[in-house]
Design a binder for this molecule. Structure first.
Ligand SMILES: [Fe+2]
Ligand SMILES: [Fe+2]
Length: 209
């Protein structure tokens, strides 16, 4: 039994080294949910100028999804959709999509990955960027989902008076998603399109609060 890899160059490692490291990697990967909760907390101290912090914006977006009856993949994806703001300000959408990719439905990953382009609809004309850049995806099966995501969850979630749910409330959902088997076909659900709003679930949730 070893407690540290024997090599200093990867080429010199043997089976014992790599089995030992693989075990540690699996253990470390199981903590990703916890680390992402910390990353969300750190969004309270990012991009300024809006009336809400990036954490508040994320919670507000996710709360809207929750109250509309969205499923767990949507809620967690919405919660994390701006997680890249701190480290990838010019491609924060792709950053979040890469983090989510092994753990959520392909549909949600795609929408998060493209949300930056779709959001331009709301401000492109004021910044000299093309508000219709989203049109390139008009024939994509998830196009309407990305439109809905931006219209109903993202672009309107900058309201300091909105009564959002707390990060604590969402923690169990984050933990559940990031404990899934990474890249499992059951998780990725290739080509499956799940509704974003579900009235029956929404009514149940809203009556329970
Ligand atoms: Fe964003
Ligand atoms: Fe956003």
């Amino acid at each position: 039994m070893i407690t540290v890899a024997k090599f200093t160059r990867m080429i010199d490692g043997d089976k014992q080294d790599y089995q030992f490291l693989e075990h540690l990697e699996r253990e470390y990967a199981s903590g990703v949910g916890e680390r992402l909760i910390q990353a969300l907390q750190a969004l309270d101290d990012s991009l300024s100028g809006y009336q809400v912090t990036r954490l508040e914006h994320s919670l507000q977006s996710a709360t809207r999804a929750y109250r509309e009856g969205a499923d767990i993949d949507w809620i967690v994806s919405v919660l994390l959709h701006d997680i890249g703001d701190r480290y990838a300000p010019y491609n924060h959408d792709q950053y979040a999509a890469v983090v989510l990719a092994p753990y959520v439905r392909e549909q949600c990953r795609w929408v998060v990955e493209k949300h930056g382009i779709f959001q331009r609809k709301y401000y492109g004309e004021h910044t000299g960027t093309n508000p219709n850049a989203r049109d390139q995806y008009v024939d994509h099966p998830y196009y309407s989902d990305a439109v809905y995501f931006c219209e109903h969850w993202d672009q309107l979630s900058f309201d300091p008076d909105y009564p959002n749910l707390s990060l604590d409330y969402f923690k169990p959902l984050i933990m559940e998603v990031f404990r899934r088997e990474a890249f499992s076909p059951n998780v990725l659900q290739h080509k499956i399109q799940v509704e974003m709003a579900n009235e029956r679930v929404a009514t149940k949730r809203n009556n329970a609060v």
